[in-house]
Design a protein around this ligand. Structure first.
Ligand SMILES: Cc1ncc(COP(=O)(O)O)c(C=O)c1O
Length: 392
């Protein structure tokens, strides 16, 4: 063979490896050696979905009509319920058939939207550290990523007004995510309003990832960017059932906002997928119907875990404040050590998996992430085991 085999796309080749490379293998080795590993890594809750979602899935699975292709239309009733929920939660009036689109999880939609709107030479601005799909979608579209570091001195808000003109000239999309994974930062409404104005002035798409809109504490209610006047001219906002309803594996979310952008994404998706399983969309209706009564007690579990974990990490010598939203603690690595070294040591010496900030982007260096996805007792034990690494 004279040509390289198997062939690989240059854009795929240019993407980095899996952020957690090496950790699962090391974890297995330790477990085989009898270590009780505490996994504070994955943003994937250990809790059950709402019973009504499970019941609706069971019922739908029995009905052969749900086994047919969903296409991009999906279940009309799911669309109507999503529009209804966006109305009661954010005061929005959305047309279920034009202003939103069901997705096979928000990750799928984010990556595909970027592929649908970007060309080589275009720039996508997004936060660093940030969710994988922002980089992936941009690079797979052949466009240029422009990660911007989220720093504590800016309250982890992406300083889009400071971008140089040479970058802005080429920028077609600004990706924001508040409440933020991994920093747990929340954005004041004035910041989001300024982002809308900025994007409208410059003809930039505002992609807002609102996957954590319902995971907030102490009375804080994260807004939708679509509440801001004029936002729908340039904005699409992604929502997910994954975190709100402990349904990460079910793969269901939606995008709402600008009609033309939604039609563009829907067109791209007709070439690559045929929609989320209708029985899962039926379950999604059950989840949305559980929002009012079920979500608060689920959030309360995370609130208790947050309080327990924050106290335990503080007691172990780490510097952190309780976050107002998300299921993450974003903690400075003590002693200015590289975050990957710290995470490696945490696993090797304490049997605790944490995510090194640098694994989520260069801008995450200096921090590590803890997910509140295990019971409070495990969080407390994990923190206690890390005391020797805190330097405190
Ligand atoms: C910021 C952010 N956006 C999107 C997602 C993806 O969610 P989904 O399961 O809907 O694809 C995640 C999941 O971790 C996330 O943290």
């Amino acid at each position: 063979m004279t040509r390289p085999f198997p062939p690989r796309s240059r854009s795929l080749d240019s993407l980095p490896g899996y952020p957690m490379a090496g950790i699962p293998e090391r974890r297995r080795e330790l477990e085989e050696a009898g270590v009780d590993v505490i996994d504070l890594g994955a943003g994937d809750a250990d809790l059950a979905p709402p019973p009504l979602a499970v019941k609706r899935l069971q019922e739908a699975a029995e009905d052969p009509s749900f086994s047919r292709y969903p296409f991009q239309l999906g279940l009309p009733e799911f669309r109507r319920r999503v529009a209804g929920w966006m109305g009661s939660r954010f005061g929005l009036e959305l047309d279920p058939f034009q202003d939103l689109l069901p997705l096979i999880g928000s990750k799928e939609g984010i990556a595909h939207l970027l592929m649908a709107i970007l060309n080589p030479g275009d720039v996508a601005v997004y936060s660093d550290p940030g969710y994988q799909a922002y980089l992936g979608g941009t690079v797979l579209a052949g466009a240029t990523p422009h990660p911007v570091a989220l720093r504590p001195e800016n309250d982890f808000l992406l300083p889009f007004r400071e971008l140089p003109e040479r970058v802005l000239d080429k920028t077609r999309v600004l990706i924001l995510n508040y409440p933020n994974n991994p920093t747990s930062a929340v954005a004041p409404r004035s910041y989001l309003a300024d982002a809308v104005e900025f994007c409208r002035e410059r003809g930039i798409v505002l992609l807002h990832d609102n996957a954590y809109s319902e995971m907030a504490f102490d009375g804080y209610r994260p807004p939708s960017v679509l509440e801001i006047e004029g936002a729908a001219e340039v904005t699409v906002e992604f929502h997910s059932l994954s975190k709100t309803y402990n349904m990460t594996g079910w793969r269901l979310g939606w995008v709402a906002g600008n009609r033309e952008l939604i039609a563009t994404l829907s067109r791209l998706k007709t070439f690559v997928d045929t929609g989320a399983f209708k029985a899962v969309q039926a379950a999604g209706i059950g989840a949305l119907d559980s929002w009012k009564d079920w979500v608060p007690q689920n959030v309360e579990i995370f609130r208790r875990r947050r309080d327990g974990a924050v106290a335990a990490f503080q007691d172990a010598g780490f510097q952190l404040k309780p976050p107002r939203a998300t299921m993450y603690l974003w903690i400075p690595v003590p002693g200015g050590r590289p975050s990957r070294d710290f995470a490696r040591q945490a696993l090797d010496e304490a049997g605790v998996v944490v995510i090194p900030g640098a694994a989520l982007g260069d801008g995450g260096e200096g921090f590590f992430r803890v997910a509140l996805t295990v019971p409070e007792g495990r969080l407390r034990e994990g923190a206690a085991r890390l005391r020797n690494l805190s330097g405190g």
